[in-house]
Every structure is written in structure tokens, then in C-alpha cells.
Design a protein around this ligand. Structure first.
Ligand code: BGC
Length: 418
């Protein structure tokens, strides 16, 4: 073949490929609440991967830790008949959106990518509506963590606590040395995050399940719950006066900068340490919250997809769902986010020590019965019940209500919301 012919043949072949693309490029509008430094870095990984496949990412970020503001915005867009392509929605709420009949069926991508083989069974059940995948899980976060600045402890001559008594002792020493013991953000979801970790520490996994998963009035109003409320209120004296309203990542920054000794928060806080270039075991310590090392309060982020009229939009959404569970994304995203992969069988080597511990504890607590869903992070109860619990917890924390009254109110308000 002559050289000029060869060039022509090659050119024509390329044009033919370009004219019949295997997938159509589309746009996905993605609602999420990942706006802190570590979170934004994490979600950017997904945007990049999707754009490499030719699709367009339209960011719909709604600030507000814990996602309650994002959920309000999502509902109003859906009511107006104009939902985004995908939205960060978790736990039992996935079933509620399924009931609305608005979710896209992810069955085709789930089958092609063998999701049933790579997603743990307990998680897969939450992602399915009437047996069909309608959501894709992203990660596993652990709630009951304590983030420690070792320098602050050293300066105060305090020991890093593993029990509640040690925690109070350390807090007193840090305070006496003129520093803030606990970095706290006074927002209802952050209060509930700390509170549920205290509940499991005081009552154990079976009690937690009865109270905050089954919402059993007997457990909610019990002396064990009274003790949990007492412990919770007792922390307040170790927080600073600017705590009310503070965002969680600003509280994490106080620990990073050495302004405070510790924070109790899920491991998205680790994303902030990572983004600030901090090294676990050196610049900061990550340990289970005192009295909770046998337990793993889990929180799985996931995305739902709304039905699409345009073929291209549907293909872009499918691409996003597929990419989320691919090993490359699972690794890079979770390293940035502070969580661990939800995909089974991922190598641990590239993860840091706290993540490796989380991976081991996830497996161990699944066997021991210590693995329980987070109420505060929408894994355990319907939003109405969660809202009732949040109301009592925040009213108690921010008033002079007694712990006994709080437990009583918890039992009655949850019963009314059920
Ligand atoms: C989400 C995390 C997020 C955190 C703070 C949690 O409910 O699961 O992904 O980082 O809220 O916004």
C-alpha cells in the first residue's frame, strides 16, 4: 500500500470511530455536601474520572455537615419536578425515595460490574429497592473516633484516654494548663454524633440497637440512657464558649493547630488532617472514643440516581455509578476522605494506620456483634425518628433540663414520631 493511501485509510477509520461513539457523552448534576477541604478533594476524584470518559460534571454542593440542608434542598428540587441527576442519599431514606417512584434502576450496571460479589451483603440490602439496585455505596465511615493533638497532651502532662474516667482526668489537666480540652461544634448533628458514641460506650451494642435502631421506648427512657445523658452534658465544661454553631471542620482545625486537645468526630475528620499534610501517629493520634474500642458505629455514603429522559444523561449516570465502585476510585477517594473502601477485597497497603485499623475492626466487629449502624448519620431510623432524637438531645445539651427528664422526653417524643 502506498504511504498516502495508508494515511487516508487510517484517517477514515478514525473518523468512523468518532462518528459512532460507543457511549454518548452526557451531563450529571450531582448534589452532595462535601465542601470542607478534605471532602472537596475527595469528590474531585470522581469528577475527574467522569470527565476523562467525556462526560460533564455539574457540581451541586450544598454546604452543611451531616447533610440535613442538602436533603431539604433536594426535596424542594424534586417537588418542583426538577431533581438533579444524582444525589448523596443514605440509609433508610433510599427506601423512601424508592416509594416515590423517581429512582433509576441501576440493575444493568450492577450486573455487568458484579456488584453482588463486591459489596458486603448488609450494605447491598440498603442499596436495593424491592430487590433492585437503586443506589451505589461509596465508602464506610466510622463514627466513634477521637482525634488527638499529642503536643497539647504533652504540654498539659495528660495521658491519652481509653476510658471515660481517664478522659475526664485528661480534660481537667488540659484545662488547668490553659488550653481547650475538647474542640466542639454546637450543631444538632454534631451533638448527636458525640451522643450516640457515648450511648454505645455506656450501654454496649445490644442496648444501642434497642434504643437507637429499634427506637424501643423502654430502652430510650431507661437508667442507662440517663447515664448517657449525664456523661454527655458533663463534656460541656471542657469545651469553649465559641462552640455553639461551629462547623465540624473548624473544630478539627483547632486540634490540628494545637488550640484544643481532642475532638470526637467520624473519620471524615481524618480527611482534614490529611489535606493539611499531617501524619497519623506523629502529628495526631486517631483512637476509638473512650469505652468504645469494641464497637464500630458505621456510616455508608451512597448516591441515588433519578430517572432520566435523555439517553446521554442516563449513560453518564451509569458511568458515574460504575466508576464509584472501581478499585482506583475506591482507593484514592477513601484515602482523601478518611473512610475505608466499601468494595470487598481491596488491598490495604496504600492506606494509613488508622484506616487499616478501621478495616480490621470492621471485619472483627461484624463477627463479634459490635458493628452497628449510626443513628446520627441516617443509617438506623427513618428521618422522623432521627429528627425527634435530635430535638431532645440538642434541647437537653443547650438547656438546664435534667438527664432524667431528657430520657423521659426521648421515650415519649420518639414514640410520637414513629
Ligand atoms: C457524611 C460524610 C461527611 C460528614 C460531614 C456525614 O454524614 O457521611 O461523608 O463527610 O457527614 O459532612
Amino acid at each position: 500500500m502506498k504511504k498516502s493511501m495508508l494515511i487516508w485509510t487510517l484517517a477514515l477509520t478514525m473518523i468512523a470511530f468518532m462518528a459512532v461513539p460507543s457511549a454518548m457523552a452526557g451531563e450529571v448534576e450531582v448534589l452532595h455536601w462535601w465542601t470542607s477541604g478534605g471532602e472537596a478533594k475527595s469528590v474531585a476524584v470522581l469528577k475527574d474520572l467522569l470527565e476523562k470518559e467525556g462526560h460533564t460534571w455539574k457540581d451541586f454542593a450544598v454546604a452543611g455537615g451531616g447533610g440535613d440542608t442538602a436533603m431539604t434542598v433536594l426535596r424542594s428540587r424534586a417537588v418542583a419536578g426538577n431533581p438533579p441527576t444524582a444525589a448523596q442519599v443514605k440509609g433508610p431514606q433510599i427506601q423512601q425515595w424508592g416509594d416515590e417512584g423517581v429512582l433509576a434502576d441501576l440493575g444493568r450496571v450492577a450486573k455487568a460490574e458484579k456488584w453482588d460479589d463486591i459489596i458486603p451483603g448488609v450494605v447491598a440490602n440498603v442499596m436495593k429497592y424491592r430487590g433492585q439496585y437503586v443506589a451505589v455505596p461509596v465508602n464506610v465511615h466510622r463514627i466513634n473516633w477521637m482525634w488527638v493533638n499529642p503536643e497539647v497532651f504533652k504540654k498539659a502532662g495528660a495521658k491519652v484516654p481509653t476510658t471515660w474516667a481517664e478522659l475526664e482526668e485528661a480534660a481537667k489537666k488540659i484545662q488547668a494548663a490553659g488550653m481547650i480540652p475538647i474542640a466542639f461544634g454546637g450543631q444538632d448533628w454534631q451533638e448527636a454524633t458525640v451522643f450516640e458514641s457515648i450511648v454505645i460506650g455506656v450501654g454496649g451494642a445490644d442496648f444501642y440497637r434497642k434504643a437507637l435502631v429499634q427506637a424501643d421506648p423502654g430502652a430510650l427512657g431507661s437508667p442507662t440512657m440517663v447515664k448517657a445523658f449525664e456523661r454527655f452534658k458533663n463534656l460541656k465544661q471542657y469545651t469553649d464558649k465559641n462552640a455553639p454553631g461551629r462547623d465540624w471542620n473548624l473544630a478539627t482545625a483547632m486540634v490540628i493547630k494545637g488550640e484544643a486537645g481532642m475532638q470526637f468526630m467520624g473519620d471524615w475528620a481524618k480527611g482534614e488532617f490529611t489535606a493539611a499534610g499531617k501524619v497519623p501517629g506523629v502529628d495526631y493520634l486517631a483512637l476509638p472514643m473512650p469505652d468504645t474500642d469494641k464497637y464500630f458505629l458505621f456510616n455508608v455514603d451512597s448516591f441515588i440516581f433519578f430517572k432520566q429522559k435523555a439517553v446521554a444523561a442516563g449513560q453518564a449516570a451509569e458511568a458515574m455509578a460504575r466508576l464509584i465502585l472501581q478499585p482506583r476510585f475506591q482507593e484514592v477517594f477513601n484515602i482523601n476522605k478518611g473512610s475505608i473502601p466499601v468494595r470487598l477485597g481491596m488491598p490495604k497497603d496504600n492506606f494509613d494506620a488508622p484506616a487499616q485499623r478501621s478495616m480490621d475492626d470492621f471485619v472483627a466487629t461484624a463477627k463479634s456483634g459490635g458493628l452497628v449502624p449510626s443513628m446520627a448519620h441516617e443509617m438506623a431510623v427513618y428521618p422522623e425518628v432521627r429528627g425527634a432524637i435530635f430535638d431532645v438531645v440538642t434541647n437537653f445539651y443547650n438547656s438546664d433540663m435534667s438527664a432524667a427528664d431528657a430520657a423521659k422526653r426521648l421515650a415519649s417524643e420518639v414514640a410520637a414520631a414513629k
